[in-house]
Design a protein around this ligand. Structure first.
Ligand code: PMP
Length: 465
């Protein structure tokens, strides 16, 4: 249906190039225009209500109407709406926020660098690793390891770390300097051999990582390993038991840094303050964004330990500056909102709440969907989860992509008042605002179940026809 002339939909089609959207098909389908939010819900132009099962993009942790954040932004806007942090300039919101992050870090951290997005933070972390190794006399130590299906962002270096075909194929990524190496995905359901336990699978992955490191020149050439505690956009992949302990031991052996991407997992998502704590990881560099400000304003952070900081300090004294930073690094209004966000997390014990409601969500997901005829796997931890659709449960076979099972479930979800997201293999993600209540989780999953049942009926009818 063609939208009415001069409607928001028509003007959108005429003028906007949307991220992560089929640009050609969009000219026909058009947008879903959202006008306001309240709690865990959003409303479209017609006033229709939806529960946001993804908190937007895994990010609006405090929901869509937090008045304290509005006040924090307003107050800072009036006092000092902008100042930068280049050439030794500073301001109180950035200083306070850096201090708060270091106090809350999962392992001892020394300094915080600020960016505006997860991609910028990962790019910055990578540049830190290369810069410090140049500075400390290890110019050959530049290779970085990430996992197939990882998501670390879309700027060129971050996209090179990302391990998803859509971010590589037509973009000439990864950067072809031989420094980006992708290793196996820790997804037991698909990648384990028949009968292989989670622990044995983890051992095999760690051995494969070690073999790759040796093949790529060992400690002399291999610099760092990148990982999300739970892989998000790759399909909500929870690592097998003992995986990170074993990987961490390999990294220590080859003097490699562990860069933990907490962009989704940070600030309570997995039921602990950091995903690193849920999986007992000690990051050397920690990258965070999204829930840092509940996404009300853009801000990201890279925390580095003392050894990394010393390397950067060494480098900058050699050339007279650490020549990296963004106009908006540590932006005072974003920082003020982030400070207020972290205070709200503490005062409302939001991480405990997320753990409790997360346990409920995990139980409900399993109860409702584990035995569903078109669900292959239910997975997750805390308030992040997924159901993976399957055409053949026993063979763990996905649906033919031409069936568009996942996107169709999203559409049915919209009709039933829930915003969903389909990822590879028709994995449907759940990552609602952390403030969601148990009753709201129940309502959200009832809407999903209704949509899934409708999809199963449609698919059955098509396979007979
Ligand atoms: N890392 C992870 C783990 C992410 O999930 C994302 C975004 N979904 C990014 C990095 C990139 O963040 P941004 O979109 O803010 O650049």
């Amino acid at each position: 249906m063609t939208p009415p002339r001069n409607s928001n939909a028509a003007r959108d089609i005429a003028n906007v190039l949307h991220p992560y959207t089929d640009a050609k098909a969009f000219q026909q389908t058009g947008p879903l225009v959202i006008t306001r939010g309240k709690g865990v819900k959003i409303y479209d132009e017609q006033g229709k209500e939806y529960i946001e099962a993804l908190a937007g993009l895994w990010c609006a942790s405090l929901g869509f109407d937090n008045e304290r954040l509005v006040q924090a932004a307003t107050n800072q806007m009036r006092k000092l709406p902008f100042y930068h942090s280049f050439t030794s300039k500073s301001h109180e919101p950035m200083i306070d926020l850096a201090e708060m992050l270091i106090e809350r870090a999962p392992s001892p951290m020394s300094k915080v660098f600020f960016g505006n997005s997860g991609s910028e933070a990962n790019d910055s972390a990578l540049k830190m690793v290369w810069y410090m190794n140049n500075a400390i006399g290890k110019p050959k130590k530049k290779k970085v390891f990430a996992r197939i299906k990882a998501y670390h962002g879309i700027t060129l270096a971050a996209a090179s770390l990302t391990g998803l075909p859509a971010n590589h194929k037509l973009f000439d990524a990864p950067i072809a300097n031989g420094r980006f190496i992708h290793v196996g995905t820790p997804h037991h359901y698909h990648e384990a051999k028949p009968g292989e336990s989670e622990e044995d699978f983890a051992t095999r992955l760690a051995e494969e990582l070690e073999a790759k490191i040796i093949a790529e020149g060992g400690a002399e050439e291999c610099a760092a390993f990148w990982a999300e505690p739970v892989m998000g956009a790759g399909g909500v992949i929870v690592p097998p038991k003992t995986y990170f302990e074993k990987v961490q031991a390999v990294l220590k052996k080859y003097d490699m840094l562990f860069v933990v991407d907490e962009v989704i997992c940070g600030f309570g998502r997995t039921g602990s303050y950091w995903g690193s704590q849920t999986f007992n990881i000690q990051p050397d560099i920690l990258v965070c964004a999204k829930a840092l400000s509940s996404s009300y304003l853009p801000i990201s952070a890279v925390m580095v330990n003392e050894a990394v900081f010393q390397g950067i300090a060494e480098g900058s004294s050699a050339v007279g500056t650490w020549g990296h930073g963004f106009t908006y690094s540590g932006h005072p209004v974003s920082a003020a909102v982030a400070i207020e966000t972290l205070k709200i997390y503490d005062e409302t014990k939001l991480v405990d709440h997320a753990a409790e409601v997360g346990a409920h969500m995990q139980a409900e997901l399993r109860k409702r969907f584990a035995d569903h005829p078109i669900v292959g796997e239910v997975r997750g931890v805390g308030l992040i989860g997924a159901i993976e659709l399957s055409a053949d449960k026993a063979a763990k076979k996905p649906f033919d992509p031409a069936k568009k099972a996942g996107p169709r479930l999203c559409k049915l979800g919209e009709e039933n008042g829930v915003i969903l997201r389909a990822m590879a293999n028709d994995s449907m993600g759940f990552s609602p605002p952390l403030v969601i209540t148990k009753d709201e989780v129940t309502e959200m999953l009832s809407r999903v179940e209704k949509s899934l049942d409708a999809l199963a009926v449609e698919l059955r009818r098509e396979s007979i026809a």
